[in-house]
Design a protein around this ligand. Structure first.
Ligand code: GRG
Length: 327
């Protein structure tokens, strides 16, 4: 899905993202063309650029006229996307994923060792760019990388555990997903030279949006088709990651039947049975209510910001997220 369907209310975004794309590709050029090729692999494979899109939109929320954003804003967006990319390289190694962005994953093409080092290289380039934007942004991005790791470690601790709690789930997605969306918006506010209060509101917006974003992603894993997802439906179940719809289904009348299937590796038949059980409860609807709760919180954070094309775009992006889960 193209990013513009998220932030289409911002007329300058397409041009700003085109400029960002060149800077993103240039940012991963290494001495060795072999490393450059590996570091560029997922950049050229696509991706929605949600995080840099949010950096750009956040920086522009006080502008009524359509002017391109400053270079520092674009570089902030590049740093954020590089952290996202680095986390995808590492995540695909951990999951032994074969496909990412509808293309063979880095680990599938070059192996785990190279994928981990190339991911480290992306994080290094992100850190270098963040340092060039000042100590506050450098510290913020470093803290965010730590939060991604904390969220992911928490998730690992509860794999194949049907006893995983909703609190633990929320803590994990706050780290692995919401922290970077929040930081994307904060960096937009900081590089856009906005007042502290405004920067804090954008940070809160990004956090709440990120929580809704991950819950929607987790709902889609249970309800969307393989074609829509670009990976097998119920992939999280197969990996033993029991997300919100699964945890809510475990609390339902069919919970004990579902419980009997979980806690171990699933063959295709058991996965389909587990998916069938989850879908026949109200767990997806309840998970959607939770996504809606976070989306409302996200929009509440935008309410006191000045109305502008960028603020409208952030509102529209939040509404669009919920539509995705409801269709
Ligand atoms: C090395 C920074 C670092 C982290 C290590 C592996 C790990 C810890 C964290 C993984 C975090 C992770 C992959 C979270 C999932 C976030 C998510 C919903 C990704 C999909 O984002 P989209 O939909 O993807 O924006 P595109 O491809 O469009 O960019």
């Amino acid at each position: 899905m193209p990013l513009l369907s998220h932030l289409s209310a911002l007329p300058t975004l397409e041009n700003d993202l085109a400029l960002l794309e060149t800077k993103l590709e240039n940012s991963v050029v290494a001495k060795d063309p072999y490393l450059t090729e590996i570091a560029k692999h997922l950049i050229t494979a696509g991706g929605k650029r949600v995080r840099p899109g949010f950096t750009i939109a956040s920086s522009a929320i006080e502008q009524q006229d359509t002017i391109p954003v400053a270079v520092d804003v674009l570089m902030g967006g590049v740093a954020v996307e590089l952290v996202h990319l680095g986390s995808l390289y590492h995540d695909d190694v951990m999951d032994e994923a074969e496909i990412r962005r509808n293309t063979p994953s880095v680990n599938a093409v070059w192996g785990n060792h190279t994928a981990i080092l190339a991911g480290d290289f992306l994080l290094a380039r992100a850190s270098e760019i963040a340092a060039s934007l000042g100590t506050e942004i450098a510290g913020l991005l470093a803290r965010t990388i730590g939060e991604l790791c904390e969220g992911q470690i928490l998730e690992l601790q509860s794999t194949f555990k049907p006893s995983r709690t909703e609190e633990s789930y929320e803590q994990s997605i706050a780290g692995k997903t919401a922290s970077l969306l929040s930081t994307a918006c904060r960096i937009g506010g900081l590089t856009g030279g906005l007042e502290r209060d405004t920067v804090d509101q954008l940070t809160d917006f990004g956090h709440s949006y990120g929580m809704a974003f991950q819950i929607v992603d987790d709902i889609l894993d249970v309800v969307a088709t393989e074609d829509q997802l670009g990976k097998p439906t119920g992939n999280d179940l197969i990996e033993g990651v029991y997300t919100l719809p699964v945890l809510l289904a475990l609390e339902s009348d069919l919970g004990s039947q579902l419980h009997d299937l979980l806690g171990k590796e699933l063959d295709t038949k058991s996965r389909d049975r587990a998916l069938g059980l989850i879908r026949s409860t109200d767990a997806v609807e309840k998970a959607f209510d939770r996504a809606q709760y976070w989306a409302l919180k996200a929009k509440a954070s935008l309410e006191s910001l000045p109305p502008s094309p960028a603020t409208n775009a952030l509102f529209a992006a939040t509404n669009h997220l919920l539509e995705q889960a409801h269709n």
